[in-house]
Write a protein that binds this ligand. Sequence first.
Ligand code: HEC
Length: 179
Amino acid sequence: MNAARSMAAALALGASLVTPAALAAAGEDFNFMPKGGRALLLETIGSTPAQLRPVVQSKRTEAQWREFADAQGKRLTERERATLAAYLAVNLPVDGPLDSAQQLPRDGRDLAWEECQSCHSLFSSHLTQERSAQHWRNMFMSPFHRQMKMTPREREEFARYSELNMPMKVDEVPPDLRF
Ligand code: HEC
């Protein structure tokens, strides 16, 4: 698709300008989506800097993070453990002092909610898509996505989260987001 056509498509898709802020105003939030690695980490080890620091400032392989996630036992489902291990492997260690959980890198759910809805709906572009991580990485190479202000690490986090957690079933998505 050439630049003019993709711009036209962007404008057509963007006509209703559904932004996260507009959705928040309409009472929608992302809690219907499977939790991402940041949410799972806070849920399992706690959210104070003292609880987080020893974990997020260490560097381990994904296999080692998988052991860490598995050690959380039945508190997490199999898919959640894989999601958590992928998040930790992609995003850690966090450099510099950690004073608040807010400094943790955004996870795949955060990124989808905040970065994908300004041009088109999340339902058709993400929630209903069954793709491998590589297929999601390729999505970022198209002319209209290459310019997005997401770092390589955020793109990788998004790809890993999405492979593990998408597609959702239609009836798990709030009706007013099914467009
Ligand atoms: C800057 C605007 C913009 C943003 C932000 C954006 N997209 Fe898109 N996206 C487009 C346009 C334009 C198209 C082309 C629509 C068409 O196919 O007619 C598109 C198409 C798609 C498609 C179908 C074509 C393909 O590449 O496979 C998918 C899937 C998709 N977007 C996913 C996403 C996801 C996931 C995000 C967030 C990580 C996102 N988009 C963010 C503009 C955007």
